[in-house]
Write a protein that binds this ligand. Structure first.
Ligand code: F6P
Length: 324
């Protein structure tokens, strides 16, 4: 391999820039060329490339978002789209590709590899932590810290007014963000897609906490929760079925995806970039790099996409005990 390309695709996450920097600098270290691809697979099909050197990635390790921009591409899902991308990579003499993103990004890379036998390596970048083969995806830790900071602020006003707050957090179909920030933010209850608490148990729990002398409460609701009601309907339900609660809703939204990456995410991104480039140089392809037992490990892209990233059940129990 003499020339690599790197792109970011799907929802952005803090730490993507640190990963781009790591890929570019690892290429420079090993004296191979590196180009950046703008706007994910969209830019790949259009040949929106820029030659990078070690200095091109200065001052970005601390920045949120992605300097390469990101996109979700429909055209790359088609054979014609992928052929365009292959031709552009060939014209630019690129012989390996590092993709930073989530499962949609990896699915694209996997199909591309199967069609053209083009060497690809994935770096998991998403705040959701919903990828099998790594204990942490890039941006997850930063998002947790952002959410906890927001919960702390909401707690100030909740306790001043004796209010119950439902706070919705991101996470797509998994509850990693909700479960961790719920414990760290001292939530009364945490609603996650992996466990159906049920409305009755929620109401019981809120009643119990009221009786035990708590004057305000926080319930963290994962956006993918399956309690059967959205967060505004939950508020209405509590308003109608319980007395003595002044209920408010706060949906944290996209602020969870922004911000300067945490120390953890910067270190993780740097490690993942090195591992991704060096694995390609060693002839590996079609893997995702991940953190397992504090080591960089490779997981086949196919497994990373299909495997489930499981909730730590111990955390559920800890959360129950803490809300006593
Ligand atoms: O995958 C990251 C994520 O932020 C999810 O948590 C959320 O469900 C989704 O992306 C939001 O997507 P969009 O940016 O397209 O609104």
């Amino acid at each position: 391999i003499k020339k690599l390309a790197v792109l970011t695709s799907g929802g952005d996450s803090p730490g993507m820039n640190a990963a781009i920097r790591s890929v570019v600098r690892t290429c420079a270290y090993h004296k191979i060329e590196c180009i950046a691809v703008y706007r994910g697979y969209e830019g790949l099909m259009e040949g929106d490339f820029k030659t990078m050197n070690a200095r091109s990635v200065k001052d970005i390790i601390n920045k949120g978002g992605t300097i390469l921009k990101s996109a979700r591409s429909d055209e790359f899902r088609t054979k014609e789209g992928r052929l365009k991308a292959f031709n552009k990579l060939n014209e630019a003499n690129v012989d390996g590709l590092v993709v930073i993103g989530g499962d949609g990004t990896f699915t694209g890379a996997l199909i591309f590899n199967q069609e053209y036998n083009f060497p690809v390596m994935g770096i998991p970048g998403t705040i959701d932590n919903d990828i099998f083969g790594t204990s942490h995806t890039l941006g997850f830790d930063t998002a947790l810290n952002t959410v906890v900071e927001a919960i702390d602020k909401i707690r100030d006003t909740a306790s001043s007014h004796n209010r119950l707050f439902f706070i919705e957090v991101m996470g797509r179909d998994v509850g990693h963000i909700a479960l961790n920030t719920g414990i760290a933010g001292g939530a009364e209850e945490i609603l996650i897609p992996e466990e159906d608490l049920g409305l009755d148990r929620l109401v019981d729990s809120l009643n119990r906490s009221k009786k035990s002398g708590k004057s305000s409460s926080i319930v963290i609701v994962a956006e993918g929760d399956k309690i059967g009601k959205n967060i505004f309907e939950l508020k209405d339900y509590v308003d109608e079925n319980m007395s003595g609660y002044d209920v408010r809703v706060s949906v944290l939204g996209h602020m969870q995806r922004g911000g300067s990456p945490s120390c953890f995410d910067r270190v993780l991104a740097s490690r993942m970039g090195v591992k991704a480039v060096e694995s390609l140089l060693e002839g590996e392809s079609n893997f995702m790099v991940g953190l397992l037992n504090n080591k960089m490990e490779l997981t086949p892209l196919e497994k990373a996409i299909k495997g489930k990233s499981k909730i730590n059940l111990e955390l559920l129990r800890v959360s129950d005990i803490m809300s006593t």
